[in-house]
Design a protein around this ligand. Sequence first.
Ligand code: TYM
Length: 322
Amino acid sequence: MRVFSGIQPSGDLHIGNYLGAVKQWVNAQSSDALYCVVDLHALTLQIDPATLRTQTDDLVAMLIAAGLDPATCTLFVQSHVPYHAQLSWLLECVATYGELTRMTQFKEKAERQDGYRVGLLTYPVLMAADILLYQTEQVPVGDDQRQHLELARDVAERFNNRYGAVFTVPVGVQPPAAARVMDLQEPTRKMSKSVASPLGTIYVLDSADDIARKIKKAVTDTDGEVRFDWEHKPGLANLLELYSGFSGESPSAIAARYHRYGDLKGDLVDLVVTELTPIAERYRELRSDDVALRQLANEGSEKAEAVARQTYRRAAEAMGLQ
Ligand code: TYM
């Protein structure tokens, strides 16, 4: 089963990214799985060049620390493989302007700034290129990427109908729990790398004290009943989803075991700290050796490029390029 997914080096990894995506990637890794640090995507918003470079290295180290084994799967950096940008152009001539302006993430991000970049609009086409270059069957992602995934499927189908069967049509897969982790202070808003919310976001590199403080202060409600109910108790439902993401039990089964919010929060702190502490330790070790890290990423990029080249050539030929 060919698996592909990507993550932006646009800020520190939080537990939404970890549970929604990275943990699934670790479980799905095999010689047929490719995972990509999508640095080209990070250019759609303002980012300092030196910061981008550092954050790309940080993220490669973090993904290995979280459990991706570069000897098993292919872990690489998007800009190292030129075919992503090249296929993106071909697909821009398949996707429509109307489709792109309908994307919710585009509308939200464009609203927050004047003079947004064209890349912010065409971003989902680059994402489609990422996926389609590898003849991907499954794309493990969080819930917020569903609409982009649909677009990738539509573009693949349209291309195949118009020019001949070149691309595999991919399917998105979400984890059973924590596919959409919400901000701990504002549980109706997604936990996000790009919107700062110091108490509402738990980072994988947070200290045990910070994790405890953030979970203890997480917004709940005043009725005091432990029950899994997104509509009426979003703060608590979010904590139950997090608990489920870390423990594997279902949120309702967890809720049934507790009578007090404080007890639930206390156990959740232990679960999170136990899982994240070793990741943070491995991360610090890996990050102390830049040369080895770059070497691993370069090896991954070579493996990825060999696959990407074949698909790109087929697509270009099908469209009439010489
Ligand atoms: P990015 O970098 O924003 O997020 C990386 C992954 O984390 C998931 N995620 C979440 N999951 C649960 N709860 C949250 N609060 C949360 N926040 C983020 C995202 O769904 C994602 O799976 N466009 C993508 C990157 C991308 C990509 C691709 C993904 C580029 N090309 C090809 C898959 C395939 C993005 O910006 O993810």
